[in-house]
Design a protein around this ligand. Structure first.
Ligand SMILES: NC(=O)c1ccc[n+]([C@@H]2O[C@H](COP(=O)([O-])OP(=O)(O)OC[C@H]3O[C@@H](n4cnc5c(N)ncnc54)[C@H](O)[C@@H]3O)[C@@H](O)[C@H]2O)c1
Ligand SMILES: [Zn+2]
Ligand SMILES: [Zn+2]
Length: 386
C-alpha cells in the first residue's frame, strides 16, 4: 500500500510499504478515509526532532474497520471510527485517571504513545491506505455510518480536542476573557472552544493574515498581528489591562516579534523558544491561568542555543510567581473530550470544519507538507484522502 514516509529534513515521499496486519487479538485494521497533516508533524518534517528517516507519518486518523482481532468485543467490520492520536491501553494508572496521553503500557520507558511520531512507540502512522489500531475497544470512537461530517469528525483525532484542552488547562469560565497565541489549526480550535464555552472576549495572535481573518470570522476573535507591534501591548490596550486566561498554541518554534520580519516567509532564524510563554505571563492578569498545549521538547537538534537544545528555556518564573499564575501543559488526553465533542457535531452545536482548507489525495502530500510548513496564505488544515 502507499504511505507518506519521512526521508529527512524537509522531505517526505509517498512510498510503497507493507500492509498492516492484526498483531494482537485486541487489534483492528482500518481503511483510512481521512488522515490529516498536523503542525506537530512539521517539527519532525523540519528535522527539529530525533525522528529518523523511514517513519510513516500520520497521527490524526479515521476510517472504516476492515479486519477485527479475535478478542475485540465492541467493534465490527464496517464500523466507521476515529482514533485519538494517543495510543493508550485503558488500564494503567494514568489511563484509569483519564490521562490517556500518558499511558505507561504502550511505549515502555515512556509515558505516552502515538501513531507515526518520534519517541511515541512503534505504531505506524495513518497517512497511508490502512492502519493497525491497538487496544481497539478502548481507543476507537464510533461514528454514525456514511460520510456525513467527515471533515469535522477527522478533527476529533487531535486538534478539536487539543484546542478544547488548551482552554480547560487554563480553566476558562463563562464570561472570562482569553488570549490565544497562535492561530494555526490548534489555536483556531482553542478560540472556537473558547467561543463555545462562553468567553466574553477572545484575542488571537499570529502573523498570517488569512489565519487571523479565519479566526475572526468563525470564532468572533479579535485578531492581533504581532508584526504590527508588541502583542502584549496591543491586547492590554484593547482590553484595558491583563486578560483572565491565556493559551499557548505555538510551542517551541515560536517566532520572536522583536526580530526583523525581512520577508513574509517563515524564517527559523527568527525563533525564540521562550517568547510566547513570557508573553503569556505578561498578557494574563495576576492569579490568571495559562494553558500550554503548544509543543515543547527535551531535545531540539536545531535550537538557537545550547540550553534550548536540551529543552531548557529562559522563562520569567519570577514574574509568574509574583503574579501567582497557574499553568497546565502536556499532550492532550483526547479521550477526555472526543465523545462529547462528537455529539456536539452530530447535534449541530459545533462545526469545526471551517478550519479545513484542503482535502487532497495522498500523492499530493509532499507538496502540501511544503506549503503548510511555509504557513502559506490560505493553507490552514490539510486533509489527505488515500
Ligand atoms: N499538546 C498536544 O496534544 C498537541 C496536539 C497537537 C498540536 N500540538 C502543538 O500545537 C502547536 C500548534 O499546532 P498547529 O497545528 O496549530 O501548528 P502551526 O505551526 O500551523 O501553528 C502555529 C502558529 O503559530 C504562529 N506563531 C509563530 N510564532 C508566534 C508568536 N510568537 N505568537 C503568536 N503566534 C505565533 C504561526 O504563524 C502559526 O500560524 C504545535 O507546537 C503543535 O506541535 C500539541
Ligand atoms: Zn496532530
Ligand atoms: Zn495506559
Amino acid at each position: 500500500m502507499e504511505a507518506v514516509v519521512y526521508q529527512g529534513e524537509n522531505d517526505v515521499a509517498v512510498e510503497e510499504v507493507d500492509e498492516p496486519e492484526i498483531e494482537h487479538p485486541n487489534d483492528v485494521v482500518i481503511d483510512i478515509t481521512t488522515t490529516c497533516i498536523c503542525g506537530s508533524d512539521l517539527h519532525m518534517y523540519e528535522g527539529r526532532t530525533a525522528a529518523e528517516p523511514g517513519i510513516v507519518f500520520g497521527h490524526e486518523n479515521m476510517g472504516v474497520v476492515e479486519q477485527v482481532g479475535d478478542a475485540v468485543s465492541t467493534i465490527e467490520e464496517g464500523d466507521r471510527i476515529v482514533l485519538p492520536f494517543n495510543v493508550a491501553c485503558g488500564f494503567c494508572q494514568n489511563c484509569e485517571g483519564g490521562y490517556t496521553g500518558f499511558c505507561t503500557n504502550v511505549n515502555p520507558g515512556f509515558a505516552g504513545g502515538a501513531y507515526g511520531y518520534v519517541a511515541m512507540g512503534p505504531y505506524k502512522g495513518g497517512q497511508a491506505e490502512k492502519l493497525r489500531v491497538p487496544y481497539a475497544d478502548f481507543n476507537a470512537l464510533k461514528l454514525p455510518e456514511g460520510n456525513e461530517h467527515e471533515d469535522s469528525f477527522s478533527l476529533l483525532a487531535d486538534i478539536f480536542p487539543t484546542g478544547w484542552h488548551g482552554t480547560r488547562l487554563a480553566n476558562l469560565q463563562p464570561g472570562e476573557s482569553i488570549a490565544i497565541y497562535g492561530a494555526g489549526p490548534v489555536g483556531m480550535m482553542a478560540a472556537y472552544s473558547a467561543k463555545l464555552q462562553g468567553a466574553s472576549e477572545i484575542y488571537s495572535v499570529d502573523r498570517v493574515p488569512s489565519r487571523l481573518d479565519m479566526v475572526e470570522e468563525n470564532c468572533d476573535a479579535i485578531p492581533i498581528n504581532f508584526e504590527d507591534g508588541d502583542p502584549v501591548e496591543q491586547i492590554k490596550d484593547a482590553h484595558g489591562g491583563g486578560v483572565d486566561k491565556g493559551v499557548d498554541a505555538v510551542g517551541y518554534q515560536a517566532i520572536d516579534p522583536e526580530t526583523d520580519p525581512g520577508s513574509d516567509a517563515y524564517d527559523p532564524a527568527r525563533e525564540n523558544p521562550a517568547v510566547v510563554l513570557n508573553q503569556l505571563i505578561q498578557t494574563v492578569r495576576p492569579t490568571g491561568e495559562l494553558g500550554i498545549p503548544g509543543l515543547y521538547v527535551p531535545s531540539d537538534p536545531g535550537a538557537p542555543d545550547e540550553m534550548a537544545a536540551q529543552g531548557r528555556l529562559g522563562i520569567d518564573f519570577g514574574k509568574l510567581f509574583e503574579k501567582g499564575q497557574r499553568l497546565g501543559t502536556g499532550q492532550c488526553n483526547v479521550k477526555q473530550y472526543n465523545r462529547r465533542l462528537r455529539d456536539m457535531i452530530i447535534e449541530g452545536r459545533a462545526d469545526p470544519s471551517f478550519v479545513v482548507s484542503h482535502r487532497v489525495g495522498l500523492d499530493e502530500a509532499p507538496d502540501m507538507y511544503e506549503a503548510f510548513d511555509n504557513r502559506e496564505e490560505g493553507v490552514t488544515k490539510v486533509l489527505l484522502e488515500p
